[in-house]
Design a protein around this ligand. Structure first.
Ligand code: AMP
Ligand code: ZN
Length: 131
C-alpha cells in the first residue's frame, strides 16, 4: 500500500495546531463551541449549523486535513474516533434508532473545513442517496 505524505502539514507526532484552522482554534479554546466530549486525542462538539436533531462533530485533536492525509500510524486513532462517536450516539439515545457517520473529502464532497471530522447525524429518518 502506498501511503502519501501529509500535505496538510500536520505533525506526525501529533498535537500540532494549524494557525488558520477553525477546528484547531476550537480545540485550543480560542473559538467557543458546545463541547460534547474531550479526551487526550479526541474532541467532540455540536455542529453550528445542524442538519438533524443530533448533529455532532467528532474530530482528532491532531490536525489532519483530509482522509487522504491519514497514514498507518493513524489507524488506532481512527478506531478511537469511531468508539467516541458510538458512545455519543448511545448517550444521545439514537444508537438503536439509527444514525449516520459522514466524512467529506475535498470540494465535490462538500468538505469546507480541512481538519478531518466525523459528522454524527441522527434523530430523524435519513435519506439515501445523500444529496
Ligand atoms: P464539512 O462541510 O464536511 O467540512 O463540515 C464542516 C462542518 O463544520 C459544517 O457542518 C459546519 O456547520 C461546521 N462548522 C463550521 N464552523 C463551525 C463552528 N465554529 N462550530 C461548530 N461547527 C462548525
Ligand atoms: Zn486543525
Amino acid at each position: 500500500m502506498i501511503i502519501s505524505p501529509r500535505p496538510g502539514g500536520g505533525d506526525p507526532a501529533g498535537g500540532s495546531e494549524m494557525n488558520d484552522c477553525i477546528f484547531c482554534k476550537i480545540i485550543a479554546g480560542k473559538i467557543p463551541a458546545k463541547i460534547v466530549y474531550e479526551d487526550e486525542v479526541a474532541f467532540s462538539f455540536e455542529d453550528i449549523n445542524p442538519q438533524a436533531p443530533v448533529h455532532i462533530l467528532v474530530i482528532p485533536k491532531k490536525h489532519i486535513a483530509t482522509v487522504l492525509d491519514l497514514n498507518e500510524g493513524d489507524h488506532e486513532l481512527l478506531g478511537h474516533l469511531f468508539a467516541v462517536a458510538n458512545n455519543i450516539a448511545r448517550d444521545k439515545g439514537i444508537a438503536a434508532r439509527g444514525f449516520r457517520i459522514v466524512t467529506n473529502c475535498n470540494p465535490e464532497s462538500g468538505q469546507t473545513v480541512y481538519h478531518i471530522h466525523f459528522h454524527l447525524l441522527g434523530g430523524r429518518h435519513m435519506h439515501w442517496p445523500p444529496g
